[in-house]
Design a protein around this ligand. Structure first.
Ligand code: G1P
Length: 276
């Protein structure tokens, strides 16, 4: 871990997880395990590896298990001290030792943009990472996606979104961006649409759940109108940011699994079972 010029990472985690009912009826979807580790811990590990040690969660009702996970559990720790099971808690213990955690609640579920805006109180006036824990990203022993994006940010000092090519029939599941490649192979965004129909999509470059955002995004989010589904969409605020300044799309290295649906979740489970 290195000390990063971006210290804070925001984790929107207020969503209901309806695609995973009944598992998510009483349990946060972020706590669903891939092997023996909850999804959200993979995301926090990726942030920590990028040197982002101030972890900010936007949670909601029914999400208290997340807070308990990133806290000490004296009873369990006392019970397993000196036994073979003790090593199972080493990873989470390291995270707890190295990071600081803060929480706020999103009162109404009104889109990713609204979730990010709810996090303003925890982030303040500095650039920050955003991780959507549903998107599980792995890159073997090579740098994770947030670390890769941080390198881009260091050079360009503007918002950066991770993208990958998606199938034409899948564009309506993603924010889609279009733009012109620059000399470093980054995409200088000139258009962005939240979940377009295949015919209306400006490209097949889908945004995945990793962002580095400059703090002017908050003012943009406060001023944009509700978009798709009557919700405040982060994609719309980013399009506005691209118009006024610069937003870059970054084709990340590594693999990404959409663990927000059962199919992607099973693929991630099988992949990590074979590769860890
Ligand atoms: C959100 C964003 C979308 C992005 C996606 C990545 O959608 O609104 O632009 O492509 O995350 O996972 P969601 O999947 O939360 O509906």
């Amino acid at each position: 871990m290195t000390t990063s010029i971006i210290k804070k990472c925001l984790f929107p985690a207020a969503g209901y997880g309806t695609r995973f009912l009944p598992a998510t009826k009483a349990m946060p979807k972020e706590m669903l395990p891939i092997l023996n580790k909850p999804l959200i811990q993979y995301g926090v590990e990726e942030a920590l590896a990028a040197g982002m040690t101030e972890i900010a969660f936007v949670t909601g009702r029914g999400k208290r298990a997340i807070e308990d996970h990133f806290d000490i559990n004296y009873e369990i720790e006392n019970e397993i001290r000196g036994t073979a099971q003790e090593s199972a808690l080493e990873g989470i213990r390291e995270i707890i030792d190295k990071c600081r955690f803060s929480y706020t609640r999103q009162l109404k579920i009104e889109g990713l943009g609204q979730a990010v805006l709810s996090g303003e109180t925890l982030i303040g006036n500095e650039p920050f990472g955003v991780v959507l824990a549903d998107d599980l990203c792995v890159n073997g022993d090579e740098p994770g996606v947030l670390t890769q994006m941080l390198e881009v940010y260091k050079t360009y000092k503007c918002s950066v979104v991770a993208v990958e090519e998606v199938k034409k029939e899948d564009v309506s599941k993603y924010g889609i961006l279009a733009g012109t490649p620059n000399k470093d192979g980054l995409i200088v965004v000139d258009d962005m649409v939240e979940k377009p129909s295949p015919d209306a999509a400006p490209s097949n470059l889908g945004i995945i759940g990793r962002y580095i955002l400059t703090p002017d995004i908050f003012e943009l989010l406060k001023n944009i109108k509700a978009g798709l589904g009557g919700e405040i969409q982060l994609t719309d605020a980013l399009r506005e940011q691209a118009k006024r300044g610069q937003v870059l799309g970054y084709r990340f290295k590594g693999k990404r699994f959409d663990c927000g649906n059962v199919n992607g979740f099973v693929m991630a489970t099988n992949y990590l079972f074979d590769h860890t």
